[in-house]
Design a binder for this molecule. Sequence first.
Ligand code: HEC
Ligand code: HEC
Length: 428
Amino acid sequence: MQFMKNSRCFAMTMAIVMSLAGRCAYAQANHMSPPAQNAVVGKDVPVTVVAGESWLNHLNRPFNETSMGKTGHLGPPPPVPGEETAGWQPGLSSSAAPQTVTLHGADLYRLNCQGCHGESGQGAPPEINSVINPVRATSVARVMERMKTVGMDISRGDAVKLAQESNKALLQRLHNGGQNMPPFPHLNEAEVHSLVAYLKQLAGVPGAEREQVAVRESPVHVGEHIVKSTCHTCHSASGPDPSYQQVLDGAIPPLNTLTARKSRPAFIQKVTHGAPILMGTPPSLYRGRMPVFYYLSEEEAADVYLYLALYPPSESASLDTTIALSQQDPPAGGGTPPPQKILSASLVPANQPMEVQKPDTGPDLQTVAVLSGVGLFIVLLLAGGLGFTVHEFKRLSAKELRLQHDCEHNTQGEDRGCYSNLSPRFLS
Ligand code: HEC
Ligand code: HEC
């Protein structure tokens, strides 16, 4: 009876603890995934942490046997020993980073597609198909033209149908990816609209120039595009930091280690101009294998750094639940984004040696306080439970001893529930 009461009490306390922890995770999720900023139309997709293995790992494709992510060119050779090398400084203006950036369809293509399909959209067949023909097939005029050149007459109605089918296939490809192409769930409707308009221009669809639309986004969202579409091709989201020797042996440092491995200026340099890398035992400078993303601006590389610092990829499995939670969470007030902490962080003068937030500072102080409170509570609870158990145990063995004693000195022992054969362990 005593124990029953106690266990009910225990269950109740556990329920309180669980709900506290749940609420905490929920708060954390909200903190981590503020809604995307100021898209022109359509429903916003919140900025989320990049997760999972690199696309190349996912495909099981060795680095040396692919063109994916390699449309940049090779970095500079390591300096000749003894020769002075000029220190590289980012040329970012010292004015505060803008709160929003205007992206044209061409920019969205550059940030999300160029890493594999190249500037022209031709890709690298046979591994990476060209985007040009599938995009042309979305144009009624182009479909009719093409049919004529192969000597088939097609009604306008049929051409419209074909074009619609192609359009659907293109959108589906962006949402779901292809056999060897990653999906792009981080693109919202407005971005897809803007991107597709640019793809049509790139493919020479008549009249496409007039349909170009731009979107406005936060710098951190720009960073998200680049990381998820370009860097994640080769870099896994998280994992242990490889040693100099492991990098020489082919390891690619995961995204969660980059802001610690490189200062912000060195990071920007590596991405936009290339930089030799220390590898091997003893470590020495090598040219490295990472392509130079000459087509990304220094501001955009800084946005990548910002995004990785504010949304540090983590290995914990709980992260996935956090993301899932936040995705279920409808943006408050029908999509009007609340004023954001994230944005103020990006207002740090752009070329200050940046200490925005180290990747492992993750949760804010309040969350840490609540979490450690809950932790302490659980520890106390466990200690209490243990104390109670020990106490009960002692009490029972004392009772047992008394009983045994009574049994030994009482001939009516059996009637009082004496064991003839009490475990000696209990008595010692
Ligand atoms: C990580 C590399 C990669 C990135 C990034 C990428 N693609 Fe692809 N894409 C591929 C590969 C590989 C194919 C070949 C088909 C397949 O295996 O899915 C392809 C094929 C295509 C095709 C042609 C499909 C066909 O019917 O022949 C289109 C259109 C396309 N991609 C559009 C895009 C757009 C738009 C983007 C940017 C939002 C993009 N891709 C980004 C790898 C990539
Ligand atoms: C084609 C594959 C590939 C892509 C795409 C790629 N990287 Fe890399 N990255 C590497 C490899 C390989 C290394 C290891 C060093 C080397 O060989 O240069 C590396 C190293 C780095 C380093 C330096 C680490 C150090 O300690 O010196 C940084 C920073 C980095 N990458 C950032 C990025 C960012 C940001 C992006 C996206 C814009 C990106 N990478 C895209 C392959 C890639």
